[in-house]
Write a protein that binds this ligand. Structure first.
Ligand SMILES: NC(=O)c1ccc[n+]([C@@H]2O[C@H](COP(=O)([O-])OP(=O)(O)OC[C@H]3O[C@@H](n4cnc5c(N)ncnc54)[C@H](OP(=O)(O)O)[C@@H]3O)[C@@H](O)[C@H]2O)c1
Length: 158
């Protein structure tokens, strides 16, 4: 099953250059809790920013990367056939973790959406695509200071 996890501000801002527009340790903790021991799928730029930040892939997760590159530093797994990968994960979660290009490509196909709302308007230049909220149902919402962790499930067929 394809899931997507993203943090957005009031304007659906998600990035500032190749970085997050904010430092929100509680969102990072939530991201870890949700994705730990699962498979994550990301674009090349997001992969490079993780390697720059951690010096390694996201630990205790299978790190799949969409790229035209032929090899990757630090052991990310290059996806040859995206449709085949999504089929392999029919009965377990595969988390789309960004960035913008990958979110745009896969939002129409996701079954579940983990949307963290970061209160306020931040500085940045990268935005999340428009979400068709009428295609999703909010199944949980948890507020923690300036963050709200929402989970949606798709209700309409793709
Ligand atoms: N707020 C959040 O939760 C969050 C989470 C993650 C990222 N972000 C933000 O998102 C921004 C980065 O987004 P981005 O669009 O620049 O980067 P991205 O989606 O991580 O990477 C884009 C690259 O991935 C490769 N790619 C994407 N789709 C592909 C496909 N279908 N097949 C093959 N390769 C594909 C291409 O690289 P090649 O040229 O190698 O083919 C493409 O240039 C940053 O600002 C970051 O901070 C925010």
């Amino acid at each position: 099953m394809l899931a997507l996890i993203v943090a957005v501000d009031d304007n659906f801002l998600i990035g500032n250059g190749n970085n997050l527009p904010w430092y929100e340790p509680n969102d990072l903790k939530y991201f870890k809790k949700i994705t730990l021991n699962k498979a994550v799928l990301m674009g090349y730029n997001t992969y490079l920013s993780i390697i720059a930040r951690l010096g390694k892939v996201l630990p205790n997760r299978i790190n799949y990367v969409l790229t035209e590159e032929k090899s990757l530093p630090k052991g990310g797994i290059i996806v040859d056939d995206l449709d085949k990968l999504i089929l392999e994960y029919q009965n377990k979660e595969l988390f789309v973790i960004g960035g913008k290009m990958v979110y745009e490509a896969l939002l129409p196909r996701v079954d579940k959406l983990y949307l963290t709302r970061v209160k306020g308007s931040h500085v940045g230049n990268v935005y999340f695509p428009k979400i068709a909220f009428d295609e999703f149902m909010l199944i949980s919402s948890e507020k923690q200071d300036n963050l709200t962790f929402e989970i949606y499930e798709r209700i309409t067929k793709r």
